[in-house]
Design a protein around this ligand. Structure first.
Ligand code: OSB
Ligand code: MG
Length: 370
């Protein structure tokens, strides 16, 4: 895959409402966009999901920028990648970690490939489904009543799954209020973003009474062994997010029985090759997967929607429509959700949405061409 130019840029998009999780709060999304030009007039786009602060992953937007400029783009330059599937092994050979930065190059190359083959990104990845059921990830609210109010609205919007962020001190009372208001039929999950330890085991056991679809990443961000111990003790299926950073970690998870569900975010695992491999592995083991989100703009969302069209993404993904996050997105048309809580997988070649370059230029605060 010949790449003539790689352009890194940072844009800043204010979130419509602050997003609070156990490990931090975000008001504004600083976003690293990648643009790759193939010399034949085609442009591949991707979005690096690394955030401003290292409170979800050790990576940040600034470390990703450094890694891309200093090591990753140069590594691609010196190698002979024939296909996007060749890219992650090349990058992994010389650079440890930095999976979000690696994913950004890899995913832009998948976009290029789909354009070259005149197919949708979803078809290029092997996707089969035409509509993806959507869930919403709800940040920690000031009190349980505020959470119930939010969820009332989200149910009217059509969301198929409600995921509530929790942390010690903002867990039982919140989940109790939600079950009280909406009953046990509401498809409800909780995401702790690593806020608990095994010392909290009695509390975590008590969550079984809430009949959650899953408890996402209760323990440390890179842990598998303690999650396996916890999964033995609780009835609620554990879903791992932060801990699954590669295909090998997913294999370890299955070997150790650390969880029963996997949240796949392509950025976290080094891109689409690893995401597809994890999807396939989980499918062989009867483990359902779903596509997580990182408050992406419309470009990252296009990649997530395409990935989520693979058959074993059988649980609604955190793929909310553009208006959930932004006053105005950077793609046209913006991402929307149907009344019955689904997003359509585009069938047009490439991302299926147009990148709004004028708007992106206006939002750009930093740009570097390599
Ligand atoms: O843990 O899934 C998470 C956002 C930022 C960092 C971590 C997570 C999240 C979300 C947001 O839950 C999901 C979305 O993009 O709507
Ligand atoms: Mg999560």
């Amino acid at each position: 895959m010949y790449l003539e130019t790689v352009i890194l840029r940072e844009i800043r998009l204010p979130l419509r409402e602050p997003f609070v999780i156990s490990s931090g709060i975000q008001h504004l999304r600083r976003i690293l966009l990648l643009e790759v030009h193939d010399g034949d007039g085609r442009t591949g786009w991707s979005e690096c999901v690394a955030q401003e602060q290292p409170n979800y992953s050790p990576e940040t937007l600034d470390t990703a920028w450094l890694a891309l400029r200093e090591w990753l783009v140069p590594a691609i330059r010196g190698a002979d990648a024939q296909d996007p599937t060749d890219i992650l092994p090349i990058l992994d050979a010389g650079v440890r970690g930095h999976q979000m930065a690696k994913a950004a190059i890899e995913m832009a190359c998948w976009h290029l490939k789909s354009l070259r083959e005149d197919r949708s990104l979803a078809a290029t990845l092997g996707g089969t489904r035409r509509r993806i059921p959507v869930g919403i990830s709800v940040g920690i609210q000031p009190d349980p009543a505020a959470l119930v109010d939010k969820i009332t609205r989200y149910r009217e919007d059509g969301y198929r799954k409600i995921k509530v962020k929790i942390k010690p001190g903002a867990d039982r009372a919140y989940l109790h209020a939600v079950r009280d208001a909406f009953g046990n039929e509401l498809p409800l999950a909780a995401d702790a973003n690593s806020a608990y330890t095994l010392d909290d085991i009695e509390l975590l056991k008590s969550f079984d009474g809430f009949k959650l679809l899953m408890l996402e990443q209760p323990l440390q961000h890179d842990d598998l062994v303690r999650h396996a111990r916890l999964q033995e003790e609780i009835g609620t299926p554990i879903c791992l997010d932060e801990s699954i950073t590669s295909l090998e970690r997913a294999e370890d998870m299955l070997y150790l029985s650390s969880a029963r569900i996997v949240n796949i975010k392509p950025g976290r695992v080094g891109g689409m090759r690893a995401s597809i491999a994890i999807h396939d592995l989980c499918q062989q083991h009867g483990v359902p997967v779903w596509c997580g989100g990182m408050l992406e703009s419309g470009i990252g969302r296009a990649h997530n929607v395409a990935l989520a069209s693979l058959p074993n993404f059988s649980i609604p993904g955190d793929i909310s429509p553009s208006s959930r996050y932004w006053e105005e997105d950077i793609v046209k048309p913006e991402w929307t959700m149907s009344r019955d809580g689904c997003v359509d997988v585009p069938v047009e070649p490439g991302l299926g949405v147009e990148v709004d370059l004028d708007r992106i230029e206006n939002l750009t605060v930093r740009k570097e061409s390599i």
